[in-house]
Design a protein around this ligand. Structure first.
Ligand code: ADP
Ligand code: ZN
Length: 708
């Protein structure tokens, strides 16, 4: 285990294990099997990479993500680790090279696609190697209930039979109880130690809204106001929509690229590469995109249509914010999505049981969408995890939806469905409710039914929302073939008013996330902005030269930390999170050179806090107190307080900050002496004694200038 810790520090540049990484690694080192459930970004990879480095022989990583193997191997090579892969994208020569290296024992970690692994020739190759472990990544692919089902995964039990003495790990970020059982069963992991971590991703903000036909505008507002220039993923259900949205976002001036299974392989590859390598790219994709994408700085995931179920939602949104910084999961869905998903399901020739399970899962997802309480609590509850308090970081927590007693309106809706003989879709029924007299309604004689024009108290969009809820909560059903609405078992209790139907009020415009995002973007102190930008340019140039994504060289967070701490020695540079020996050797000098060129201004080499220095810096740039306050979103008084601190340690003079007359200053000084106030005392008595004429910040400046 000591070796494992050494590898963590010197190779990966991390100080301590996270979650239960240590226990998992210990188990594998003890030759035990393990089942690992850890949220995305939790650090699953280290659980097998470190044992593979510590143990003798090669660790085999089974992964369905051929397109990403190159990047994974590149990332490991950057750390000085001997890693390689075998998959169908390789030429014969390349594969031969890998096989030779493998037989010479020169590879410590080998990524293999499952179909390749299962070929007899590959297995025979492995027979001749010393194997340290098998890691089965994305293990939920084994489950046919899941959204990423891969047939070959179900064959992987072969590994247990053929290599009984090699420890196996199954890892996944998403699995409800049923899927978990299936993984254990299919992969024959009954003996495995179970490591189940919390599913919570506290840095992700969840928000779900219904669309009333203005989804695009909402998306644009979401991106333009809070996420301009940031990397993100936008999910759509159909290929057509993917292309339309990507093009439209481009027209709106955003850097968007499409990705779906219908695009030529090389277009897909290029788009994915650009997403990984360039900054601020938005990828618009069907769910074909994203599994295994370990880009750490995806700031948002937007759904323009419903995912299939909560697992899919959780996994897709989980691609945001792997670096632990604030990230946003945003979804806008409509009635159409529900109908479309149900149609797709109904038209599939799956078995009855499968359809039923899928249907239930869709219901659970709709329940999450309709929810008026904390989303995170509901998501975690779905994964059998209890969260006591509402999270405070989701739309419902921040902006609780109002509900209203919609029993009567709902009864009108149901009876209008009944009066129009359950033969029509949502749009038509609403037209009847609001009393339209178009030709079709008249032809059908539906302007004569008792519910015609009975629903004028709600607008058409409001009716749509209500129907959505009624369908989601199964008070109405949509006929799959014709889209017509049907009453259900549940309808009766509502029609008889046995129950009260509380509907969610249509949401007011969501409060902007601006204040929260600000935190992420202003983490760099203003006096570090130029430095930070130069660090970024250097990193990107190095990445370009080597043809790897920038974050493989250093994460954004590592650059932030460098700018913040300005390490000038090897020792100090090693202390940056993510810097191990090899990265120090390769890049230390170049980055420290940039750091040297941006020495901290003398006035900021002090013991004052970052926030004080921030104000001080802006002040030395010639900005007024009011301007600084405005820019930083703080009160002028606070800025005066900062200045007072700087005056106190002699960094700036009183007159540079405050312009008051000599008499006034005398008055204040006299009162300070009279009341015998010194730094740290309450200022209120002084404030009161001076008839509230001077603000606290100013008083503090005088006090500090007096050196008390
Ligand atoms: P996932 O569980 O999604 O596969 P990864 O293995 O890709 O997550 O890890 C997510 C990020 O966290 C990576 O950048 C990884 O290097 C980092 N990480 C993993 N373990 C640690 C640790 N103990 N300390 C610091 N960073 C870590
Ligand atoms: Zn919440």
């Amino acid at each position: 285990m000591q070796r494992a810790l050494d590898v963590l520090k010197t190779t990966f540049g991390y100080q301590a294990f996270r979650y239960n990484q240590a226990d998992i690694i210990q188990a594998v080192l003890d030759n035990k099997d393990a089942f690992v459930l850890m949220p995305t970004g939790g650090g699953k990879s280290l659980c097998y990479q470190i044992p593979a480095l510590v143990l003798e022989g090669v660790g085999i990583v089974v992964s369905p993500l051929i397109a990403l193997m190159q990047d994974q191997v590149d990332a490991l090579s950057q750390l000085g680790i001997r890693a390689s892969f075998i998959n169908s994208s390789q030429s014969i020569v390349e594969r031969q090279w890998v096989e030779d290296a493998l037989q010479r024992g020169e590879i410590d970690i080998l990524y293999v696609a499952p179909e390749r692994l299962l070929q007899e020739s590959t297995l025979r190759l492995l027979d001749c190697c010393k194997l340290s472990l098998f890691a089965i990544d994305e293990a939920h692919c084994v489950s046919q209930w899941g959204h990423d089902f891969r047939k070959e995964y179900q064959q992987l039990y072969i590994l247990a039979e053929r290599y009984p003495h090699v420890p196996r790990l199954a890892l996944t970020a998403t699995a409800d109880a049923r899927t978990r059982e299936e993984i254990i069963k299919q992969l024959n992991l009954y003996q495995a130690e179970n490591y189940v971590n919390s599913f919570d991703r506290p840095n992700i903000h969840y928000s779900i809204t219904e669309s009333s036909g203005n989804a695009r505008a909402k998306l644009l507002k979401f991106i333009a106001t809070d996420h301009d220039g940031q990397a993100g993923i936008v999910y759509c259900l159909s290929r057509k929509k993917v292309e339309a949205i990507a093009e439209w976002l481009m027209q709106q001036g955003h850097n968007a690229l499409p990705y779906h299974a219908g695009l030529a392989a090389d277009v897909r590859r290029v788009n994915q590469q650009r997403f990984l390598r360039e900054e601020g790219i938005i990828i618009v994709a069907t769910i074909a995109f994203g599994m295994g994408i370990d880009k750490p700085d995806v700031r948002f995931v937007a759904h323009l249509s419903l995912p299939k179920n909560i697992e899919a939602y959780y996994q897709e949104t989980g691609r945001a914010g792997r670096d632990g910084k604030p990230a946003y999961a945003w979804m806008n869905y409509g009635l159409q999505d529900v109908i479309l998903l149900r149609q797709m399901l109904d038209n599939s020739d799956a078995e009855e049981l499968f359809k039923r399970v899928t249907q239930q899962k869709l219901q659970a997802l709709l329940g999450l969408c309709e929810l008026a309480t904390c989303r995170r609590q509901a998501i975690l509850a779905y994964f059998d995890e209890q969260m006591q308090e509402p999270c405070g970081n989701c739309d419902n927590c921040k902006n609780p939806p109002e509900t209203w007693d919609a029993t009567v309106a709902a009864q009108k809706a149901l009876s209008c469905v009944y009066r129009t003989e359950q033969r029509f879709g949502v749009g038509y029924v609403i037209d009847v409710l609001v009393g339209k007299t178009d030709e079709r309604i008249i032809r059908n004689g539906h302007d004569k039914v008792s519910t015609w024009g009975l629903g004028q108290e709600l607008k058409q969009v409001e009716w749509r929302g209500l129907f959505r809820e009624l369908i989601a909560l199964n008070f109405l059903r949509v006929d799959m073939e014709y889209g017509s609405l049907k009453l259900t078992e549940k309808s009766r209790s509502l029609l008889r008013a046995d129950i009260i139907f509380m509907a969610r009020k249509q949401r007011k415009i969501e409060k902007s996330n601006k204040t929260v995002t600000k935190k992420t973007t202003t983490k760099v102190r203003s006096f570090d902005v130029v430095l930070r930008e130069n660090l970024r340019l250097l990193r990107n140039r190095l990445a370009d030269e080597q043809g790897v994504p920038p974050y493989i060289i250093f994460h954004d967070s590592a650059l932030d930390e460098m700018a913040n701490k300005r390490p000038m020695s090897d020792q100090a540079f090693l202390a940056i999170t993510g810097v191990g020996q090899v990265k120090l050797d390769r890049y230390g000098e170049a980055f420290m050179e940039v750091l040297k060129q941006h020495e901290l201004p003398a006035s900021l080499k002090n013991k004052l806090s970052d926030t004080v220095n921030e104000s001080l810096w802006l002040h030395t740039q010639g900005q007024s107190i009011e301007a600084i306050a405005e820019q930083r979103g703080l009160k002028p008084m606070t800025i005066y307080g900062h200045m007072a601190d700087a005056i106190g340690v002699g960094l700036i003079g009183f007159d540079e900050v405050v312009s008051i007359g000599i008499d006034e200053r005398d008055e204040i000084e006299a009162m300070i002496s009279y009341l015998n106030i010194s730094n740290g005392d309450a200022m209120k008595p002084l404030f009161d004694a001076l008839d509230e004429q001077y603000n606290y910040g100013l008083l503090k400046c005088v006090l500090m200038a007096m050196g008390r």
